[in-house]
Design a binder for this molecule. Structure first.
Ligand code: ARG
Length: 249
């Protein structure tokens, strides 16, 4: 009996190891879980000295630990994350990434781990007080984000300025080069708190949910991630991580 349990346990170990990088069959190495992100997105992922920290970085570390994998975080352009996952250069994409129908054509998503909103940042006293006031204004976004995709759809290319980082869009707004920034609510709160004279409109632009992207058909990894997420939700780890980065006044 003991022997049997031993065999089963080692089989489980091998399976969970295989679900790290090995399952991607790409350049990623076995035992290593490569996460592609864009660390320009506080409080989800950002640089603190030479380290990448934030809610996503910590949830990913907890998932990797549960899977018995070593986590390696790759910091790349946001719109390169899905291509890296598709080409198996990364095992998973985790970047406050919104689940959308279009993205689901290219990757599979885990269960969601956060709800979010696209919000509008404007300069105080700009006269823009609602979404309707955005008509004919120049809107800054981070390239390839849902803010970019939705706003381009609605207002047209001519009215959208794309930046590689959300913070660069916010700086352009501060300098009066653009009229508004559409970005996720939590980064918006961080950027507004760091730049006096900016406000966030009460009216949200879109509601969304974040999840982890894996290569299509990589069910071993997807299941391992979903199981780990479920455990982290149930044992309170997820809430604990979030509460260290987001104050709920
Ligand atoms: N939630 C938005 C999206 O999925 C923006 C995410 C940007 N994330 C980042 N790490 N820069 O498009």
């Amino acid at each position: 009996m003991k022997k049997l349990i031993g065999i089963i346990l080692s089989a489980v170990m091998v399976m969970s190891l295989a679900a790290c990088g090995g399952a991607s069959q790409g350049t990623a190495q076995p035992g290593i879980l490569v996460m592609a992100t864009n660390a320009e997105f506080p409080p989800y992922e950002y640089h603190e000295g030479s380290r990448i920290v934030g809610i996503d970085a910590e949830i990913a570390a907890a998932i990797a630990e549960k899977m018995g994998c070593e986590l390696v975080i790759e910091d790349i352009a946001f719109d390169s994350i899905i291509p890296e996952v598709v080409s198996a250069k990364a095992d998973m994409g985790m970047a406050g990434m919104t689940v959308t129908e279009d993205r689901m054509q290219n990757v599979d998503f885990s269960t969601t781990y956060a709800v979010a909103r696209q919000v509008v940042i404007v300069a105080e006293g700009s006269g823009i007080t609602s979404l309707a006031d955005l008509e004919g204004r120049v809107i800054g976004v981070q390239q390839g984000t849902t803010g970019d995709i939705y706003a381009t759809d609605e207002f047209g290319d001519d009215f959208i300025e794309r930046y590689s980082k959300g913070m660069e869009a916010v700086q352009a707004l501060v300098q009066g080069k653009i009229d508004a920034v559409i970005i996720d609510n939590e980064p918006a709160r961080v950027f507004v708190s760091e730049n006096p004279g900016l406000i966030i409109l009460d009216e949200a632009y879109a509601d969304e949910e974040y999840a982890i992207a894996v290569r299509k058909g990589n069910t071993a990894l997807l299941e391992a991630i979903n199981n780990a997420l479920e455990e982290l939700k149930n044992d309170g780890t997820l809430d604990e991580i979030v509460s260290r980065y987001i104050s709920t006044e």
